[in-house]
Design a protein around this ligand. Structure first.
Ligand SMILES: Cc1ncc(COP(=O)(O)O)c(C=O)c1O
Length: 425
């Protein structure tokens, strides 16, 4: 007997599909816009130059000659693709050098390189945990961490975003689940750019015997003197069991890694499905990531790290002075044990309603500034954000020009659509 249910039938009634169609017809779809030039401070998009305030190229290294040369050399030496898994024919000397240098950078025994950061999270959580174990996750964690938890079939206990008191309740419940517990948090949260209180989180993990994994996708090549991420900045490197990073942001490429103890890393090498059953990253991606890592670890890297954060401060302050509701830098316990304010390159502007956010995005886009739009479920309901982000290579003149555009657009937008949330709202 044939089934009467067509698995494609749900598409016709899918709410997101209807929204996508409506936004596309109205010309206000903020997604899938075509970029026609490298990810520089000013890019060409749909035939116009636009100031790029929507890239994760935090250090601006995608256009760096040394990084491009790293990609070219790898391409010349190994060709366009490795056509197989790391396990079989997809491991080159570049992968091994990159893994060794990443481990040295993170100060861990070992590191393992994956084809993407998403796969790094999927592989790590999906392999280390199993049915009966518990993943305790911040409610704002990146989707790839949740995908890892789903793959593991462990119990998932979410706790309220950045609330150590709620984490403690989750850990008490997890202890009663009766098996292994892994706490997973983003070091820097991707939409709001806020920082996890890792000091308190590490303390609780130690008290409850849980392992701790930190996704440092937006923090490696950004925070800490070495650029090794939130764990370095907050002085808890030796209390974090696993540190994940991606090459798709500061490291100017594509790929991901996990750093930790060598037995854990070895176990992932032979057990994780998202490592074994996918092709190795293309040589050019690995060569670029290795070259970018070397720039970050050179004396020049310190200047780039300082510059991206100085740019974030300038944009944050500028938008605040224009009367936007900008998410404040996080106040967290720092390495000295005192409270510190931590700025990150992500400078989000609260807008609230989805339609207002999309129309504001379009007005800025038309005026020559590209930003990202974060809508539910990436942010809470009615918590729509314009996610802006800076690079080390934005200069003051470009940022000031962007702020002038924000000022003009705000004036005209509020006349037509009513007030936007102001500072503190
Ligand atoms: C917090 C976080 N974790 C993981 C990822 C996945 O990394 P990748 O882009 O390398 O797959 C991303 C971004 O894409 C991210 O923002």
């Amino acid at each position: 007997m044939a089934t009467s249910i067509d698995v494609f039938a749900k598409i016709a009634s899918n709410e997101r599909m209807a929204q996508l169609r409506a936004a596309r017809e109205a010309g206000v779809l903020p997604y899938f816009r075509e970029v026609q030039s490298p990810a520089m401070p000013v890019v060409e998009m749909e035939g116009q130059p636009r100031i790029m305030l929507g890239s994760n190229n935090y250090l601006g290294l995608t256009g760096d000659e040394r990084v491009m040369q790293g990609a070219r050399d790898a391409l010349a030496r190994y060709g366009t693709g490795l056509t197989g898994s790391r396990l079989l024919n997809g491991t080159t000397a570049l992968h091994l050098e990159l893994e060794a240098e990443l481990a040295e950078w993170m100060g861990t025994e070992a590191a393992i390189v994956f084809t993407t950061g998403h796969q790094a999270n999927l592989a790590t959580i999906g392999t280390l945990l199993g049915p009966g174990d518990t993943v305790v996750a911040d409610a704002g964690d990146h989707a790839s961490l949740l995908d890892g938890a789903l793959q593991s079939r462990a119990k998932l206990r979410a706790f309220r975003h950045n609330r150590p008191d709620k984490l403690e309740v989750a850990l008490q419940k997890a202890a009663r689940d009766g098996s292994g517990v892994l706490v997973v948090v983003d070091g820097v949260f991707s939409m709001e750019g806020d920082v996890a209180p890792l000091w308190e989180i590490a303390e609780l993990c130690a008290r409850y015997g849980a392992r701790l994994m930190v996704d440092e996708a937006h923090a490696v090549g950004v925070l800490g003197e070495r650029g090794a991420g939130t764990a370095e900045l907050l002085g808890v490197e030796d209390r974090v069991d696993l540190r994940m990073g991606t090459f798709s942001k500061s490291l100017a490429s594509c790929g991901g890694f996990v750093a930790g103890d060598s037995d854990v890393v070895e176990f992932l090498r032979i057990q994780s499905r998202a490592f074994l059953f996918t092709a190795s990253g293309v040589p050019a991606a690995v060569g670029a990531a290795l070259a970018a890592l070397r720039v970050i670890r050179s004396p020049e890297g310190r200047d780039l790290l300082a510059r991206v954060l100085a740019n974030a401060r300038r944009l944050n302050l500028g938008l605040h002075e224009l009367g936007f509701s900008v998410v404040d830098p996080s106040a967290v316990t720092g390495a000295s044990g005192a409270r510190e304010t931590v700025i990150t390159p992500i400078v989000p502007v609260r807008v609230g309603e989805d339609w207002k956010c999309v129309l504001l995005w379009r007005a800025l886009y038309d005026a020559g500034v590209f930003t990202n739009v974060a809508l539910h479920p990436a942010v809470p309901l009615d918590g729509a954000l314009l996610r802006t982000s800076v690079m080390a290579t934005h200069d003051d003149a470009i940022l000031d020009r962007a702020l002038e555009v924000f000022a003009t657009v705000k004036r005209e937008f509020e006349l037509e659509h009513g007030p936007l949330p102001g500072p503190g709202e």
